[in-house]
Design a protein around this ligand. Sequence first.
Ligand code: KG4
Ligand code: ZN
Length: 478
Amino acid sequence: MVTCISSLTCLTLLPKPLFNHINLIKNFTLLKNFKPQKSNFYSLMLSPKSLSSLSLHNCSDPKSYLQTPLASNDDLVILGIETSCDDTAAAVVRSNGDILSQVVSSQADLLAKYGGVAPKMAEEAHSQVIDQVVQEALDKAKLTESDLSAVAVTIGPGLSLCLRVGVQKARKLAGSHSLPLVNVHHMEAHALVVRLTEREVQFPFMALLISGGHNILILARELGQYLQLGTTIDDAIGEAYDKTAKWLGLDLRRSGGLAIEELAREGDAGSIKFKVPMKQHKDCNFSYAGLKTQVRLAIESKNIDAEIPISSASTEDQSSRADVAASFQRVAVLHLEEKCERAIEWALEMEPFMKHLQSLSACLKVVSGGVASNQYVRDRLDQVAKKKGLQLVCPPPSLCTDNGVMVAWTGIEHFRVGRFDPPPPANELEDARLDLRPRWPLGEEYARGKSEARSLRTARMHPSLTSMIQASQQEENT
Ligand code: KG4
Ligand code: ZN
């Protein structure tokens, strides 16, 4: 099933150009659809033909990640492709903030059947629809591949099997039409999409990214420079929502999180006294595994049978399930509130200028990721932000859950400052080794926020996006 989400009205957003990376790799600058301005355009201009003759560079080489900067008054059109988890998504976005198309094919039926994402099934489902989703995104935008300036694609974090489908498609399309590629970090895309819809969100800002696999608090200092204040030491909040929904026998097809949000409105949030996780830890890290266990035990003690769908349960049973949903949600979100409050304090200590922005009532706190589409979550975090004198900003719900717009927009942000790869070879082999980053931290860990429990789990991780960008900038300066 391919669901088309209608275009949203967007504000024009053209952040100031960053021209501090001028002396970089000069052998490639993309220039389709791009009208150079003499004053801020530096490089040799290559025709698409000569572009295609350039050799493919190694994407994991940080030097090659940073390329020649482009002008700001550009007219870029970027296709974004997202397949990191269970949604196959594509969108075409213009650099003035117009969303030309947005297409999402969700694997809701598979999710409902298996009660979670089964990687092999998810890969197959992506493979079946990827061509159709991308074509539909182009058709709805009334464009062809040759009208594009570049292709942006999520390369991590996520499930390798799933990432591979999107990356292969993006490389094939870019290779056969001589288009540059922008490799996108999924969580950065969640954090940046708000800059497309809310023009007042400038760096620095704080972001809470809450999804099925991630729970991250970051201080976004500038594009590509993120300080991780906290993360989860086990499960993310979305996982806890999904499991609670499954154990309560809810319909998972529109997402477990949404099902819990709706059911919780009918329940008594004070009826079950779950313990708020990590109260004794004075840091900004999260943990949802213990809360999941508490919920499972409560469900067992109430003899709730997940095999009986809630719609077929007795009235008494239905209200008992609603009480669990409401009590779970209250505590899951209280945990977010407590950690966010501390993170704001840390961020304000580190960045006194945030106080200045604060007095201008700028937006300093952004919440994104699937769970951020929850109205209860938004209302509670809005209170926390207000208490600290900040304003909470969230993307619209359709841009909180996984989508191609956030990938295209992040592609635009990086492309503008010259961070992109040249077109892949047109004849790249299907089984070429791809640069996929299933475990890829977004930012460097803030020392005060380090968790001992978590540091045990950092093996096999890719260096963070921030450290890669810093390394390339240092090379440039030496
Ligand atoms: O960002 P996302 O679409 O995919 C990942 O990157 O994980 O987030 C999916 C997560 C799922 O756990 C889903 O249950 C949760 O977001 N979610 C919600 C709501 N809508 C989606 N959680 C709570 N309330 C919602 N309304
Ligand atoms: Zn996501």
